[in-house]
Write a protein that binds this ligand. Sequence first.
Ligand code: ASP
Length: 415
Amino acid sequence: MYNKLKSHVVLKGDRVFKTNLQVNILISVILGILAGFFAKDFGSFYSFLGKGFITILKYIVVPLVFASLVSGVISLGNLSALRNMGLKTLTFFVGTTTIASGIGIFFAIVINPGNGFSLPSAQDAAQSKAMTIKEMLWQIIPTDFIGFMSGGNMLFLIFMSILIGVILVGFGQKIAFPVDELFEGFNEFMMIITGWVIAISPIGIFGLVAQLIITTGVASFIPLLKYMLVVIIGLLVHAVVILPVLIKLVVKCSPISVAKDVLTSLATGFTTASSAATLPILLEDVRKKLKVPNKVASFVLPLGITINMDGTALFQSVAAIFIAQIYGIPVTLTSVFMITFIAILASIGAAAVPSAGIITLAMILTAIGAPLEGTAIILGIDRILDMIRTTVNLWGNTTASLVVTKWLGEDAYAN
Ligand code: ASP
């Protein structure tokens, strides 16, 4: 019964996927833009479609991350394989995040977007509150169970899932019941549900785009154009030069065809501005289209969307320097190192949801002695940058899954 259900749904999902999904997404983006400009009266309907889609994605994230990480660790078979993959994955994460932050700092210092910027009167607007490093670590043992179940604490979820996987790898043989098969089945079940959600993604994307056009408008961008440009140039360099060069050098395949294969994920990340919400779709793309082995995809991606945020670290580095420039705070060599180091932590601490990066930005501002009110200035236009940096975060994690596969001596992107 289960197999019959599975083959039926998977077949149907594949059909939707191969024939139309990417075209449908493109059409829904265009329709969303048109609707946002010319049919503003239906704002609450667009918002319903967009928010509804994100809510559905959020519901499946917790069980999906759990199932995928536990079965990923189990499929490694032994603890030294886990240690090996863990070290390689973390090396890649820290390396690329450091490069991303460096790129942001470089462009922010060279272009100097804060130069000639007169402070708008928005300084009394929202103050962001970031977690301290200690609070971030304490998240690993949460006290709020309900918040955890709704995806509010990814660090704990990851910690617990890996721990359960490790216990099962260590003691699994002694348990009579086939727990590994149970998790495997659960994982496949979650993938089937994901297939359904992917099929309806164009509707959600339409709603999100229309709503964005209505609420943000175009006029609010103008005074902050230079700052936005620096962030976007930095993100482009990282996404179009650094990560593709890594793919080309290590994986030895065409970055363009890799990008085409994960286009649905990138488009979903762009419109939802949430890596966590996009995870189900990214997992599907990376496993099925990039043919990354399940044990790597199941480990690297859930971990990566939570702690490997190249785009976020880059944006935070530019934003910190921009705010320092506006307030006349000198950017010294020490503060540059500080920014990079804390940007790595702040991007780890940022939840993979919209606007998380601008909240943990406060960690960097505090460290370099810049006023937290600075975030208020960039808050108004953050959504669009959030969409772009989330796409880069997802692209960074796609690259991570391919590179780690290769480093483990396996075939990456084998067609
Ligand atoms: N929205 C980003 C993400 O989900 C995080 C951020 O705000 O930078 O990846």
